[in-house]
Design a protein around this ligand. Structure first.
Ligand SMILES: Nc1ncnc2c1ncn2[C@@H]1O[C@H](COP(=O)(O)OP(=O)(O)OP(=O)(O)O)[C@@H](O)[C@H]1O
Length: 323
C-alpha cells in the first residue's frame, strides 16, 4: 500500500506530532502515560529524565521500532505505524547500545545503510560523513576490529548515511571521549544549520543547556515540562545572593525572619534565594536591614541556577507543580 500523507507538511507544521501515547510492556509495567508532544521543524530538542523515565521507549515509539499501546505518532506527515517504511527513511537513529560487530568494513556498512533506505549511491557524501567523524582512515577496517569509541562513530555515520531529515541521538555522550563529543556536537550544529531536526536524550545536562532550543522533561513515564530552554531557565530559575559574614551568626536574627534566607558554613555564610521573575529582587532592602542590625559582610556574590538545578527540582517535586 502506498504511504498516505496524513497531515500537511508545510514548514510551520510540527515535524513530529505525538498524541496520547501510552505504553504498557508485556510485563504489565506502564512506561509511558498519555504523552503529547510536538517537535518543531529544524529545532534541537533535548529530552531529559532520570534513569528509567521512559526516554528510550518514547524515542523507539516515534521511530516506529516499538509499538505503543495506544496513541498516534505522525512524523513528517506520515503515520509511524501505517507508513513505517516511509517514516523510517526520513529518520536517522543513533541508538544507545552498540550492536555493531560485523565482519564488514566501515565503508561497506555505511554504504549498505544508505542503500537500505532506497537512496542512490553518493560516495562524496559518505566520504564527507566519514571524514567529519574521523573515520576516513578506517574506511577499510572491519567493524569488529574497531575500538568501542570508533564503533560509536560508525553508528553515527550509519544513522546519517541516508541523509535523514530527523536525527535521534539516544544518550550520544555516554562513554565517549571529549574528542568525539566535540566532533559530534560540531556535526549536530552543521546539520541543524542545514535544516535537520535533532532530538536527543542526555544525562549531561550542561550539554542540553548548551545545545538545545527546547527542553522536555520526562519523569516516571509522564512528560512534566516542555518549554523553550531560555523561558524554562527564566521561569524556573532562581538566583542566590551569598554573603560571607564578618562574624558568624548562631541563627537567623528575628528581624530577618520572613526573608528567604539560610545560614551555612557554621553560621558564617548567609544565602538569600530569590525568584528571577520578581520585579524587585529585594536585595537593596535586605542589605539595608542587615546594616540597620549591624550585620556586616566581607564578601558578596550572586549565582543563577543552572539547568541542572532546575531539572533536579522538577523531578523531585510532587505532580502538578511543574510550572
Ligand atoms: N522491554 C521491556 N519490558 C519491560 N519493561 C521495560 C522494557 N523496556 C523498558 N522497560 C522499562 O520501562 C521503563 C522505561 O525504560 P526506558 O529505557 O524507556 O527509560 P530511559 O528513560 O531511557 O532510561 P535510561 O536513562 O536509564 O536509559 C523502565 O522502568 C524500564 O525498566
Amino acid at each position: 500500500m502506498p504511504a498516505s500523507k496524513a497531515i500537511a507538511t508545510e514548514n510551520s507544521a510540527p515535524i513530529i506530532w505525538v498524541q496520547g501515547i501510552n505504553k504498557t510492556y508485556a510485563s504489565g509495567f506502564q512506561a509511558l502515560n498519555n504523552i503529547n508532544l510536538e517537535i518543531k521543524r529544524g529545532e534541537i530538542f533535548a529530552l531529559l529524565g532520570p534513569n528509567g523515565a521512559g526516554k528510550t521507549t518514547l524515542i523507539s515509539i516515534i521511530c516506529g521500532i516499538v509499538n505503543s499501546t495506544s496513541g498516534i505518532v505522525i512524523a513528517d506527515g506520515y503515520d509511524t505505524v501505517r507508513d513505517y517504511r516511509t517514516v523510517r527513511a526520513t529518520i536517522g537513529l543513533v541508538p544507545q547500545e552498540l550492536h555493531t560487530d560485523s565482519f564488514e568494513s566501515v565503508w561497506a556498512t555505511v554504504k549498505f545503510s544508505r542503500g537500505l533506505f532506497g537512496k542512490a549511491p553518493n560516495a562524496p557524501y559518505l566520504e564527507k560523513v566519514l571524514r567529519d567523524l574521523s573515520l576516513w582512515d578506517k574506511r577499510n577496517v572491519k567493524i569488529k576490529e574497531l575500538s568501542g569509541g570508533m564503533k560509536r562513530r560508525v553508528l553515527i555515520a550509519k544513522a546519517l548515511a541516508h541523509e535523514p531529515t530527523i536525527l535521534f541521538l539516544d544518550e550520544p555522550s555516554a562513554g565517549v571521549d571529549v574528542e568525539l563529543r566535540h566532533d559530534m556536537w560540531r556535526m549536530v550544529r552543521e546539520l541543524r544549520a542545514k535544516g535537520t531536526t535533532i532530538i536527543l536524550t542526555t544525562h549531561y545536562i550542561e550539554e542540553a543547556e548548551d545545545m538545545a532550543d527546547r527542553i522536555g522533561v520526562i519523569n516516571k513515564g509522564e512528560l512534566i515540562v516542555v518549554e523553550d530552554k531560555n523561558v524554562l531557565m527564566r521561569k524556573l530559575g532562581k538566583k542566590r545572593l551569598t554573603l560571607t559574614l564578618r562574624q558568624s551568626l548562631a541563627s537567623i536574627p528575628a528581624a530577618l525572619i520572613g526573608w528567604n534566607l539560610t545560614l551555612a558554613d557554621d553560621g558564617s555564610t548567609l544565602i538569600y534565594t530569590f525568584d528571577t521573575q520578581e520585579e524587585e529582587t529585594g536585595i537593596a532592602e535586605l542589605l539595608r536591614t542587615l546594616s540597620e542590625h549591624h550585620i556586616e559582610f566581607k564578601d558578596l556574590r550572586s549565582t543563577e541556577s543552572s539547568l541542572e538545578d532546575i531539572f533536579v527540582s522538577l523531578v523531585h517535586q510532587p505532580k502538578g507543580n511543574a510550572s
